[in-house]
Design a protein around this ligand. Sequence first.
Ligand SMILES: [Ca+2]
Ligand SMILES: [Ca+2]
Ligand SMILES: [Ca+2]
Length: 261
Amino acid sequence: MQGMNRSAKGVLSAALAAVGLGLSATASALDVTVYANDYDSPATVAGGITATGLTNGSLGTVAGGPYAGLAGKSWAGSFFQNQSTGNPATGSTLTLTGLPTHTGVHIDFLLGLLNSWDSRNGGCCSPDNVDLYIDGTAVAHYTYNTALGTIKDIGGGTLLVEYGQIDTNFFYSDVLADMSTEGVLTFAHSASSLTLMLQASGAGWQGGGDEYWGVDDLSVTLTGVVRTPPTNQTPEPAMLGLLGLAAILGGAARRRARLQA
Ligand SMILES: [Ca+2]
Ligand SMILES: [Ca+2]
Ligand SMILES: [Ca+2]
C-alpha cells in the first residue's frame, strides 16, 4: 500500500472490508416474534409456522380496564379462559411447528387468576394451582388467595391487579400478572417445534366459574434466529462494483509505488 494517499487507502480498506463482509456473511441473529394473540382478532403467525391452540378454552370478557401490562400489553376486550374441572383439570396447549433455526425462546402473556382461588393452604378447598409446562416439562406452578389461605405465588411475574375485578364475575375478586418478567419463560431452545401448556391442578381445585384462569396478549418470540444466506451465493451488482473499485485502487497503488521506486 506504500504510496497510496490516506483517502484512497481508506476507500480501499472500506471496499475490501465490504467484500470480506459479503463473502463471510454467513449469519446474523435476530429476535423474531412468531406468534401473537390478543384474543380480539385472529392470531398473527409468522410465515412457514403452524400454530394450534390454545386448546380447550373459550373467550371471556374483560370487565373495566383496559388493564395495562408491560411492553404495551393490555388485558382488554376478550381473553382466553379455561374453566375445566378435575385434578388435574384439562389443560390448554399452544403448539407451534415449523420454527426456523433459533437458539432461544421468550414467551410473554398476561395471566389472570380469576375468582375464588384458595391458594395452597386454604383448608377445605386447596391446594389450587395452575401449572406451566414447556415442551411437556413442568416449569412453574402459580396460585393466589383471592378466597382462602395466605399463599401468593406468581413466580417472577409482575403483579398488575390484586383483588380487583377484571372478569364479569364480581362476586370474587381477581388477580392479574404480567409474565414477561418470569424467568422460566425465557430459555434456550432450538427444536423446530414448541409447546406451551397451562393446566390447573390440586386436590382443592373446583374449576368452573368458581375459580379459573385466563390469558391475554400471548406471544412467542424466537431469539437468535439465523438467516442463512442462499446457497451458491453470487456477488450482488453492488458487490461487483466494490470488487472493481478495490482492483482499480490496488492497481493505482502499485503503479504509484513503481513510479516512486
Ligand atoms: Ca384481549
Ligand atoms: Ca379451590
Ligand atoms: Ca371476579
